[in-house]
Write a protein that binds this ligand. Structure first.
Ligand SMILES: Cc1cc2nc3c(=O)[nH]c(=O)nc-3n(C[C@H](O)[C@H](O)[C@H](O)COP(=O)(O)OP(=O)(O)OC[C@H]3O[C@@H](n4cnc5c(N)ncnc54)[C@H](O)[C@@H]3O)c2cc1C
Length: 481
């Protein structure tokens, strides 16, 4: 079939979406209207697009895909555009169509007795959390980007965040999915069954697929009892080994009611107090390492604060903990969390950074940090380590920021050798070079390097089966042919 001219493509898309459902660079729109959709959150990539589609209905998404498949037009699904690896950014050809799911944002159903919610892909994560809360339930996925990222993006990146320790990753919270396939058909499986062993679990394929196998239009999700008791502490530690030890003890002492356990280095406190208005060091004197730990329970009367204080007091005596502040009210709690959640923004404001979202077995975290820090100290004088993350998940954001006075360009030019050394170290520890941020465009080469050949073969076979014309998010996760 002869390929369509850009004007014909735009005409076809407008027939499907209506004029108000399509942004183009042509009057009455301008390139400025497209800009927010063309650059990734970290500003690593700046693409071009023929148009941005803003479907309002599932049928429009299906029709759009059928049209693009017929005419071999690349489609880039986009949610809140907070991807850390350029997953939602179009390429530079100007021929792809960005499909923003932001107008598909209805909560279709919430059933408190069934502990489930059915929501559309364009729902902002914080809105889903709020809907659950209003119904006296909890939707536990929680990330620093929750005010912007959308359910479709969370599903497609299998997002993690600060509650994985207790509730699992996004994948663990999904009961069913509705997905528009490349050829325009709809896979509709929005049931809320907890048990369903009828053949292959097709929904699993789309979770973490980063828009390369279909466009998710809705999902049915698990809810949990609303949390009514909280105890939160910001504890200073001598070293990461103490964090692993303290977490193991707290899990035991609390009957596994630890819902977050975040490791923070001193430099994390320095950067946030310097760059983020309103962030203060919760303790009077500096210490080398900290954890932000939180116990939670649905039972308001659970004496979590006593339990946490008793555990911390024991740990203080043994010098496992050097000092600690326990949140006395919601304001303290919010202040501790603000410090943790603004580390990425403070890093950005401080200058160039090199990011590595890695995971290793939980018990290996101290040795990994020790060996990684030593390598950086010996080999990257223009950088300094900012290693923080989710201890309970073995997940560290093992980042480097440019050292004071270092040349930004010279520092960023070290990206490849630094990444190689850190990812090789991760491999030595039996870990993953991308724990929660995915592959996107940034990590395609890393996947080729570290995935087993048989895994890559299977991934390519799945891609060919579901997207034979290669229109779905081309070049993300797997290289385009
Ligand atoms: C400050 C900050 C903190 C963060 N913290 C965390 C964290 O703790 N844990 C974590 O895991 N991530 C974190 N992230 C990364 C990011 O927020 C998450 O990956 C989030 O889940 C992405 O959602 P999004 O809607 O922004 O997706 P986008 O960036 O828009 O898209 C991400 C990928 O999903 C695809 N996609 C989007 N919508 C759909 C759809 N409906 N159907 C098919 N494919 C789709 C896109 O094509 C792309 O490949 C953080 C990001 C920021 C900026």
């Amino acid at each position: 079939m002869p390929s369509l001219t850009p004007a014909q493509v735009l005409g076809g898309l407008e027939r499907i979406l209506g004029a108000e459902g399509l942004l183009t660079g042509i009057a009455p729109h301008s390139q400025t209207d497209l800009e927010p959709y063309l650059t990734d959150h970290r500003r690593l990539y700046h693409g071009h697009a023929l148009a941005v589609a803003l479907p309002r209905t599932v049928t429009q998404v299906m029709d759009l895909l059928a049209f693009c498949d017929r005419h071999r037009i690349g489609v880039v699904p986009q949610g809140g555009n907070t991807s850390y690896c350029g997953g939602a950014t179009p390429d530079e050809s100007g021929r792809q169509v960005v499909v923003s799911l932001s107008r598909l944002s209805r909560v279709r159903r919430l059933d408190p007795l069934d502990y489930s919610i059915v929501a559309e892909a364009g729902c902002v994560l914080a809105d889903i959390q709020r809907a659950a809360d209003d119904a006296q339930r909890l939707f536990p996925l929680s990330l620093g980007s929750e005010g912007t990222c959308q359910l479709g993006g969370n599903l497609s990146t299998n997002a993690g965040g600060v509650h994985v320790l207790r509730y699992g990753m996004m994948r663990d919270l999904v009961l069913g999915l509705e997905v528009a396939l490349a050829d325009g058909r709809l896979l509709s499986s929005l049931g809320t069954l907890r048990k369903d062993n009828t053949g292959y679990d097709m929904k699993s394929l789309f979770l973490g697929a980063e828009g390369t196998l279909g466009i998710i239009t809705a999902a049915s999700l698990k809810l949990f009892p609303k949390l009514r008791a909280f105890a939160t502490a910001f504890a200073a530690l001598p070293a990461p080994r103490a964090a692993v030890d303290l977490l193991a003890r707290l899990r035991d002492a609390s009957g596994d009611r630890v819902s977050s356990f975040e490791l923070i280095p001193r430099i994390g406190v320095d950067l946030t107090t310097r760059h983020i208005p309103g962030v203060r060091d919760p303790l009077d004197t500096p210490y080398p390492w900290y954890v932000l730990c939180e116990l939670t329970s649905p039972r308001a009367a659970d004496p979590l604060e006593e339990l946490l204080e008793a555990s911390l007091a024991g740990a203080l005596e043994e010098k496992l903990v050097l000092n600690a502040a326990v949140a006395r009210d919601q304001r303290d709690r919010a202040a501790f969390w603000k410090l943790r959640e603004t580390i990425p923004e403070a890093q950005r404001l401080d200058g160039g950074s090199l990011k590595h979202d890695i995971s290793v077995p939980v018990a290996s975290i101290p040795d990994f940090i020790e060996r990684g820090s030593r390598w950086i100290a010996d080999n990257v004088p223009e950088g300094r380590l900012v290693a923080y993350g989710h201890v309970g998940d073995g997940n560290l954001h093992f980042n480097l920021n440019q050292a004071p006075g270092a040349d930004r360009a010279a520092f960023l030019a070290r990206e490849e050798p630094v990444k190689r050394a850190i990812h090789e170290l991760v491999k030595d520890f039996g870990g993953s070079f991308s724990a929660e941020h995915g592959i996107g465009r940034l990590n395609v080469g890393e996947l080729e390097r570290y995935a087993a050949p048989v895994e890559l073969d299977l991934m390519r076979a799945v891609k060919r089966a579901l997207d034979p014309n290669g229109i779905l998010n081309p070049g993300k996760v797997l290289r385009s042919n």
